[in-house]
Design a protein around this ligand. Structure first.
Ligand SMILES: Nc1ncnc2c1ncn2[C@@H]1O[C@H](COP(=O)(O)OP(=O)(O)OP(=O)(O)O)[C@@H](O)[C@H]1O
Ligand SMILES: [Mg+2]
Length: 376
């Protein structure tokens, strides 16, 4: 979404970042469980996952603030594990900003430049440029403890970008910004990242942000990498039931795997015995015919048919609630056994929600829109 606003020139001056079989334990607690991630030079990768899944831990390992229990961190073909944080050429925006409290805004932004021996005039120009970028120029002389959360966040961004890092690590960098500034900053980060070719890892709770900004998305759960793919692939073809549940919303229907033939499979739903064609379960799941499965389909990938004639590929239900929400029409249905199903479709002028209690039949828009996983 954001990417559409941007020029696609990418000089690729960044460096590839490889996390090779990283494990991290805090005492006996396993926080990172054998994560391997290869980020290409100039690529923007979003780390997505629930609170406590290890996102910040992973960033801190790359930055050098904590030492992993085992595994390697490689930038541009060189191991950086042994280097102290200030020699890794990594820019980081922490989840809690972590500005230097006894310094002004401008001093915070110029700190990394001075440490790298940038000459004073050039450093001053760079500070002005960065503060303008984050719309903080007017507060350059302010002490950072006198700033709001959103202002501190912008200073932290300016400070990380000022040194033109080889790798940029952003931990919830926009969480304190309001919507329009957030969008501005998303576009700006993307622009800088593209034009400088900075390899970037961004942590965000906001799925739209992750899916919109990232070249690829890494989904983590309990310290494990569940899927690492393009945003569309993560959304359309979730690799695991966890990813299916965590990214976007999906209806989950229990059934049995009836047959598999190449890319296609058929699931007999417990509800009403409908037989749905689906995409074949992933080979890694190794599901046998007859095993208990769940068929998962997003609300926008279901279609409503009239109640008759009976078609085995459709599931019987009735309307529980229908809402016209401007551009979309949303229906909440109930199956015979009382299971709720959500369905959404684009609304055209004059199209009305169906009345409560109307009997309907439901089918997926295409077999590829239905993912099959072992019953959890
Ligand atoms: N210093 C620490 N000592 C012990 N355990 C820790 C420490 N820091 C984090 N943990 C634990 O490690 C796990 C991963 O934490 P981490 O901060 O990486 O999660 P996160 O994905 O960044 O979560 P959030 O989205 O809430 O920021 C959690 O279970 C957390 O409680
Ligand atoms: Mg965190």
């Amino acid at each position: 979404m954001v990417a559409e606003h941007l020029a696609m020139s990418a000089p690729q001056t960044g460096q590839a970042l490889t996390l090779d079989d990283i494990v991290h334990r805090y005492g006996s607690a396993l926080a990172i469980d054998h994560v391997t991630l290869e980020v290409q030079a100039g690529e923007l990768v979003a780390l997505l996952g629930p609170s406590g899944c290890g996102k910040t831990t992973l960033l801190r390992i790359v930055a050098g603030f904590i030492a992993q229990t085992s595994g390697k961190v490689v930038v541009g073909g060189r191991r950086i594990d042994e280097l102290p944080p200030n020699r890794r050429d990594v820019g980081i925006v922490f989840q809690n900003y972590a500005l230097f409290p006894h310094m002004s805004v401008a001093e915070n932004v110029s700190y990394g430049l001075a440490a790298r021996g940038t000459d004073k005039a050039a450093a001053r120009r760079r500070v002005v440029e960065m503060l303008e970028l984050v719309q903080m120029g007017h507060l350059a002389q302010r002490q950072t403890r006198e700033l709001s959360g959103g202002q501190q966040q912008r200073v932290a961004l300016a400070r990380a970008l000022a040194i033109e890092p080889r790798v940029l690590l952003l931990d919830e960098p926009f969480s304190a910004l309001d919507k329009s500034l957030r969008l501005d900053m998303q576009i700006e980060i993307k622009r800088i990242q593209r034009s400088a070719g900075t390899t970037t890892l961004i942590v965000t709770h906001d799925q739209e942000e992750a899916l919109g900004m990232a070249d690829r998305v890494a989904v983590l759960s309990h310290g494990r990498l569940e899927q690492f793919d393009a945003p569309e692939t993560v959304y359309d073809r979730p690799a695991t039931f966890f990813v299916n549940q965590f990214v976007g919303s999906a209806n989950v229907l229990a059934g049995r795997l009836e047959a598999v033939d190449g890319e296609r499979a058929w699931v007999r739903l417990d509800d009403g015995g409908a037989l749905w064609p689906t995409r074949a379960p992933l080979a890694s799941a190794a599901l046998k015919t007859g095993s208990a499965v769940v068929a998962c389909v997003r609300p926008e990938n279901l279609r409503l048919d009239a109640a008759s004639p009976d078609d085995p590929a459709t599931l019987g239900a009735h309307v529980e609630l229908g809402m016209a929400l401007g551009a979309t029409l949303v229906h909440e249905l109930r199956t015979g056994s009382g299971r709720p199903i959500k369905l959404s479709e684009p609304r055209s002028p004059g199209s009305q929600a169906r009345a409560v209690a109307t009997p309907v039949r439901v089918r997926p828009v295409a077999p590829e829109a239905v993912s099959v996983f072992a019953a959890p």
